[in-house]
Ligand binder design. Structure first.
Ligand code: ATP
Ligand code: MG
Length: 182
């Protein structure tokens, strides 16, 4: 195998599973990539209800890292007052943004945060997501996060890690912790 060529090609990474660490793992890769002078873009397909600490820290990494919060709050999980169609529109807009960012051919890594969940919920068509993955420039790496990654995307990916919950403080009734959970 030609190691030189291998390292120049991007890969498709999936972080899925019911345990904590999917979005934060993708941010770990972003931090590593930026250290090598690479350009990273993160598009959030479904945003959380609270203000995530990474929104502040990622601003400090501009312009090496660009963050786009495109989605609406978690559907049906926490006080969801958006109509399903609104979520669909937001997710489709997020996917359009990803396509635009890919076409700029400026980024080395693009993170599609919570996209697996958006596909699972039926906000996005699997075919549209597959097409974007398959047609990406060779050097671009994509990271798809979110639980319930579908089988077709897992088959297409080069690296898949399932975060498996062993323990989570929520189960003991602990509240989300600033700096750890958001
Ligand atoms: P993180 O952003 O911390 O890496 P994640 O991306 O793996 O978490 P998400 O499904 O995006 O997980 O959910 C984000 C929020 O839900 C975080 O506040 C996280 O602590 C919490 N969470 C993640 N996994 C679990 C779990 N197994 N049980 C309860 N809460 C969880
Ligand atoms: Mg997440």
């Amino acid at each position: 195998m030609d190691k030189e060529n291998d390292t120049n090609d991007g890969i498709v990474i999936v972080y899925t599973g019911n345990g904590k660490g999917k979005t934060t793992a993708s941010l770990g890769v972003a931090l590593r990539a930026i250290g090598h002078g690479l350009k990273v873009c993160m598009v959030q397909f479904i945003k959380g209800e609270w203000h995530y600490g990474e929104l502040n820290s990622l601003k400090k990494l501009e312009p090496d890292l660009e963050l786009i919060v495109a989605g609406k709050g978690f559907i049906g999980i926490i006080d969801d007052d958006h109509a399903f169609e609104e979520h669909v529109r937001a997710a489709e807009t997020a996917l359009d943004i990803v396509e635009q960012k890919i076409s700029l051919d400026k980024y080395d890594v693009i993170i599609l945060d919570e996209i697996n969940y958006a596909v699972h919920l039926g906000l996005l068509q699997l075919g549209d997501v597959m097409r974007i993955i398959q047609n990406r420039p060779k050097r671009l790496s994509l990271i798809l996060t979110g639980n319930h990654a579908c089988e077709e995307i897992i088959l297409l990916a080069d690296l898949v890690t399932e975060m498996k919950e062993i323990k989570h403080p929520y189960k003991k009734g602990f509240k989300a912790k600033r700096g750890i959970d958001f």
